[in-house]
Design a binder for this molecule. Structure first.
Ligand code: DMJ
Length: 453
């Protein structure tokens, strides 16, 4: 059976859309197995050439660390994916590596936001899925060491914090870095019984929201000391993206009514000012936060999370249309670019960093609509992903999606997110239900195991 090409064709920036065969349950089960095998391929490369380090450089087959000493970024990001895939032996070995080899007592200035979404999120979900108390202890130690980041005059977190001394620096921050913390710190509060984590992260989210314009839009950069905007570009892409995501998800996980109220106002403004119709296709571009004046027409790999968020928050119609545009952008070269100017029909940033967002949205749309087109879409994405990004050793980013030249980089989020969302799309629905679990922005699933208010 062929799935109609029409929903894709309507948004295609150029050329005919691919006709994609439906994925029935038996085919989906085979695809889930393939995803699992490809995850193992990437993991084996890491294990062989970069064991104990933050990441693998897949072309040179050398390890990469973010700082002087490893923080086990790839193992912590990968652990819950292994558990969900039923890779028991790998999960046990990884859990032991983390529990016995990870120490946060380091004289290192770390990037607060990245450490929270990848490490704090990964440790908390790893704990919830395995029951291993050592992971919770590590999470509490990490959370405590990171807390000084919030000690700015505004409550907006500094960009860097030293894990040993608590010294902070970095004033130039943004809504994503200040507003994408509450799921992790909040869960830590609920599991440790210490409200301080929730309170600090919630304040940072509210302080960001409080600085919105008359139109209920936020900008792209602010100074954490003065609280003033330093860039007033507004959109759903880099530096803002997951701020929107957490307004909604914090309501879902904690039932905090203030989060719901902030989400309602913010998403209404987003849906009013960002969208643009070009030849019948829906895109979300850039505007100026206080006037709503259009300043850009770029959409890309990061913006591609928005259809999933629209679907998750109940707006299926917009979600379907924007996802069709993401898929059309992907199909221009069989892999999406980091950024594409949909008005000029030109790629503006040609790299592909193995990002998960388009797969994430495909999964939400499939799970929330049950429509066959989304598994078919997922298979196309997966086949292209394997075709162009697989290496002999693992997976590699692309320096340029038009030439398919590979880059010596495999970010830890590939293990946390990209493979996980592919797997969830094809695996039995009971593997993870988005109605019962909230995934943080790094795809670490968090469960409400504490009593509702
Ligand atoms: C991840 O670290 C997170 O999904 C973040 O919110 C955005 N960037 C990467 C994936 O692209």
């Amino acid at each position: 059976m062929l799935v109609s090409a029409l929903p894709f064709a309507a948004a295609a920036p150029q050329g005919p859309a691919p006709v994609t065969e439906a994925v029935d349950d038996a085919a989906a089960a085979r695809l889930a197995e393939r995803v699992r095998a490809e995850f193992l391929h990437a993991w084996s490369g890491y294990r062989r050439y970069a064991w104990g380090h933050d990441a693998l450089r897949p072309l040179s087959r050398t390890p990469r660390d973010w700082y002087r000493q490893s923080l086990l970024m790839t193992p912590v990001d990968a652990l819950d994916t292994m558990i969900l895939m039923g890779l028991e032996e790998q999960a046990r070995e990884t859990r032991e590596l983390i529990a016995t080899g990870l120490s946060f007592d380091q004289d290192t200035d770390v990037k607060h936001f990245e450490i929270v979404i990848r490490l704090l999120g990964g440790l908390l979900s790893g704990y919830q899925l395995s029951g291993d108390e050592r992971l919770l202890k590590l999470a509490e130690d990490l959370g405590t060491r990171l807390l000084p980041a919030f000690a700015s005059p505004t409550g907006l977190p500094y960009v860097y914090v030293n894990l040993r001394s608590g010294k902070t620096h970095g004033d130039d921050s943004n809504p994503a870095e200040a507003g994408t913390l509450l799921l992790e710190y909040g869960t830590l509060s609920k599991l440790s019984g210490k409200p301080v984590f929730y309170e600090r992260a919630k304040r940072a989210l509210v302080e960001t929201y409080r600085r919105r314009s008359r139109l209920d839009l936020v900008g792209e950069r602010f100074d954490v000391t003065t609280g003033r905007w330093t860039s007033t570009r507004s959109h759903v892409g880099a530096r803002i993206d997951s701020y929107y995501e957490y307004l909604w998800k914090c309501w879902r996980l904690f039932a905090d009514p203030q989060c719901l109220a902030m989400w309602k106002r913010s998403s209404a403004a987003a849906n009013r000012y960002y969208p643009e119709e070009v030849d019948g296709a829906l895109w979300y571009g850039q505007v100026e936060m206080s006037t709503g004046r259009r300043t850009g027409s770029e959409y890309g790999a990061l913006e591609a999370f928005y259809p999933g968020l629209l679907a998750y928050s109940g707006d299926l119609e917009r979600a379907r249309r924007l996802q069709a545009s993401s898929f059309a952008m992907w199909n221009l070269h069989g892999i999406e670019p980091q950024a594409y100017d949909y008005r000029r029909r030109r790629i503006t940033q040609p790299g592909y960093a193995l990002r998960p967002e388009i797969v994430e949205s495909t999964w939400y749309l499939y799970r929330l609509t049950g429509e066959a087109q989304y598994r078919a879409m997922g298979r196309k994405l997966f086949e292209d992903f394997v075709r162009y990004c697989r290496t002999e050793t693992a997976y590699a980013a692309l320096a340029d999606v038009t030439t398919k030249a590979q880059a010596d980089d495999m970010e830890s989020f590939v293990m946390a997110e990209t493979f996980k969302y592919f797997y969830l799309l094809f695996a039995p629905p009971a593997t993870l239900d988005p109605r019962q679990v909230v995934l943080n922005t790094e795809a670490h699933p968090l469960r409400r195991t504490w009593p509702a208010k």
